[in-house]
Design a protein. Structure first.
Length: 365
């Protein structure tokens, strides 16, 4: 049963990822140009395929268990297990072992490899497009005292297509550009492509500039999910004592990404336990199509509810951890009552069967 649920979950996960790749690739073809060719687009999408598959992990695992349990029920294996004294919750948990192996394997690979491959491919794509059109993706200038900086992309501590302006009481002193620069402790270090232009006829050839890079500017909200666990924890600790409203909001989004990743296995397991109970009740004789539809809808509703719970927690400045965990707790508590009801129905059936046998023996006598 473990092997079956693992193989089915893996197959569905790969199928969902492949379908997502096809649709995204078709959409990506709209960006083709002289420099960003078909092969460049294909390379980018292939590099992003494993990372983008993360969105389908919950649904694939739930669907894999539901189909595996459904097949076992049709083969009569579930009846044999139930007759031997195995409880429904234990049967579901055994079936969940396979998908949980897939979950932890993917999370490890995503943390160590998939995320970095996707980020590097995205930067390479943006550099090709930006160099071709000469349009900056980031049109906002970041200010620190009398210094201003603008860049198109950031990977780790490296920024690309850099523009730097130094002023004094509103009057420009000098202007620098470079293909890339490195962010160090309160310092920007330009590469050897740096060019400098002075507004007061004083040459400024230094390859470094003092600049206190604000955390919220260096990591856009939409890129927080691309950070590794260690980076999320480090940046969260940097802001733990800040009372600035923007820092508090940024910290909340860091916690959202951190806790969603940490509790992803628990979320998936709670989904499997909850919907697995239907195999022993209302979906006992249901068709495989019904189980598939229920699993897909169930996973979607759970994801929407969890996102709503997290957004609500952030908006009212409440614990983000509670927003992540509460939906899973609700499922687990509901599952307790569902399995309790299933066991009660089974006990009642046994009692009725025993009473019928006793009456039959009395009549025969």
């Amino acid at each position: 049963m473990i092997k079956r649920s693992l193989l089915i979950s893996f197959f569905i996960f790969g199928l969902f990822a492949l379908l997502d790749f096809v649709f995204n690739f078709i959409s990506e073809l709209e960006n083709l140009s002289v420099n960003y060719t078909f092969l460049s687009s294909l390379k980018f999408m292939l590099a992003s395929l494993p990372y983008n598959a993360n969105d389908f992990l919950e649904g694939a695992c739930l669907l894999g268990v539901m189909i595996a349990l459904g097949i076992s029920h049709q083969e009569g294996n579930l009846n044999v297990l139930r007759s031997s004294g195995e409880s429904p919750i234990k049967i579901v948990l055994i079936s969940a072992i396979g998908p949980m192996i897939l979950v932890f394997s993917y999370m490890g690979a995503n943390e160590l490899t998939f995320r970095d491959i996707h980020i590097n491919a995205e930067v390479e794509k943006n550099l090709i497009i930006n160099n071709q059109s000469n349009i900056e993706r980031n049109n906002e200038w970041i200010k620190d005292k009398n210094s201003f900086i603008n860049f198109s992309d950031k990977v780790g501590n490296t920024i690309y297509n850099v523009k730097f302006l130094k002023s004094d009481y509103g009057e420009g002193l000098y202007y620098k550009t470079s293909e890339s620069a490195n962010i160090q402790e309160e310092t920007i270090v330009f590469d050897n492509t740096m060019t400098s232009h002075s507004f007061n006829n004083k040459d400024e050839l230094s390859y470094s500039e003092p600049f206190n890079f604000p955390l919220g500017a260096s990591i856009p909200l939409k890129d927080i999910e691309k950070l590794q666990f260690s980076e999320l924890i480090f940046n969260k600790n940097l802001l733990k004592d800040s009372s600035v409203k923007k820092d508090i909001l940024f910290k909340s989004h860091l916690e959202k990404s951190l806790y969603k990743n940490i509790f992803l296995p628990i979320s998936i397991l709670s989904l499997i336990i909850f919907f697995g109970s239907f195999i022993f009740s209302s979906l006992r004789e249901a068709s495989p199509a019904s189980r598939i539809v229920l699993s897909v809808i169930g996973a979607f509703i759970y994801k929407v509810f969890q996102d709503f719970s997290i957004s609500l927690a952030i908006s009212i400045n409440y614990s983000v951890l509670a927003g992540v965990v509460v939906p899973a707790l609700i499922l687990l508590i509901s599952s307790f009552y569902l399995y309790k009801s299933i066991c009660k129905i089974a006990i009642d059936k046994i009692k009725k069967t025993n009473e019928t046998k006793m009456i039959q023996k009395f009549l025969d006598f």
